[in-house]
Structure formats: C-alpha cells, structure tokens
Design a protein around this ligand. Sequence first.
Ligand SMILES: C[S@@+](CC[C@H](N)C(=O)[O-])C[C@H]1O[C@@H](n2cnc3c(N)ncnc32)[C@H](O)[C@@H]1O
Length: 210
Amino acid sequence: MNMTMPSTSSVYTHCDELDRLPVKNRENWLTESSLICELLKPNASVLQIGCANASRLIDLQRKRPNLHFLGIDIDEALLSDARRNIAKAEMTIGTKHCDITSREQCEELGHFDYVLCLNNTLGYIPDEKAALANMHLLGKKILISVYTEQFTDSLAREYFGVLGLKIQKIENNRFTFEDFTSVKRYTRKEIQKWGGTMTKTILGSLCTLE
Ligand SMILES: C[S@@+](CC[C@H](N)C(=O)[O-])C[C@H]1O[C@@H](n2cnc3c(N)ncnc32)[C@H](O)[C@@H]1O
C-alpha cells in the first residue's frame, strides 16, 4: 500500500465522525437517523450491515433503547473498535464478523424485523446483487440509504477528501480512488427497480423494501 494512503479502518471511521463531516453529509446522517427512529417499531430486532466502529448503532440505541441491535462487518479491526466502543457506552449491542455477500455466513445470523444498510454502504460492496439477495433473506423490512444525483461531484470531492481519499476518476456514477475500493453513486431510476418506497434525503434516498 502507498504509505500516504489512509487505512481502510480510518476511512470508514471518518464516515461517522459528525463534527468532521461536510455540512451536507452531516445533515444527511442526521436525517437518516431521524427517519429510521420514526420507522422502527418498539422491541424490534434490527441488523445493521457494515456497522464499522458501531458509532451509528450506539447513536440509534441511545435514541431507541427498546430495540435489539446486531451489527455485522467484514473488517475485523473495525469490529474490535466496535466492541470497545459498545462496552464504553455500557450497551449490550451484538456484533459479528460477516460478509453480507456470503449466503452461508448470512444464514448463520438468523432473521430480523429490520435490516439497515446506511450511508451508501451498499455502494462500497462490489457484489451488490448478492448483498441485496441476502438482505431479503435476513429481514422482513430492509432500509437502504444511498447517495444519488444530489451527491454532486463537487460534494463528493469534499466528502471523500475528509475521509482521506482522493478521487482519481468519476465515470458512470462510480468514484475510483488509489488503493481503495471504488464507490458507486445511484440513479433514481436504478433504485426504483428495487421496487420499494423512496424517501428523499439531503444527499439521496432512504429506500424501504419488503
Ligand atoms: C461506508 S462504511 C459504513 C459506515 C457506517 N456504519 C455508516 O453506516 O455510516 C461501510 C462499511 O461496510 C463494511 N463492509 C464493506 N463490505 C462489506 C461486506 N461485504 N459485508 C459486510 N460489511 C462490509 C466496511 O468494512 C465498512 O465498515
């Protein structure tokens, strides 16, 4: 890896550092959080895909203490930060190592009232088709927030810059970086095909699929 590049863990940790984020990304995060808190029914079981260091899980649990959360991530280093942060917050949120694109690993998780995939996380996962199929397997209701046309090229440069990433190329709504997975931006047409309902957010859409 190029020594000037940030680590994967640090990039994903910066995604949730509200006081560092550009204003639109911060507002988007807060909008998503309020919409989700209104939607989730009391005492429900909730799975978050790509929980990173658990900062969103901790925030949601604080706002909705009667929900039962499990966070999964593919990155062991982030999961160990997540466990430390959850313990520090004195919460009992579960965490598990799991690749959302692996049907075998997902089958071991059980079934949930809701599956959350927030902050354009789906756009970071190359095998989107497998991820979506497994989300349907895992939950009754799926809430996916994605970035769409509102996340303009100039907002993207600012946001990814804060995460420590420099965009090399933007082509067909895909952001390519040096030494980091590429990230997809969605079109409204594309997410309409998922067949759910869409709620507009600051930078994109919160899609509810059943
Ligand atoms: C954009 S970050 C999400 C950060 C934060 N939890 C949020 O929602 O704002 C994407 C997260 O997805 C995780 N991830 C990427 N591919 C994954 C996969 N195939 N299965 C599970 N998690 C994955 C990454 O390790 C990272 O923590």
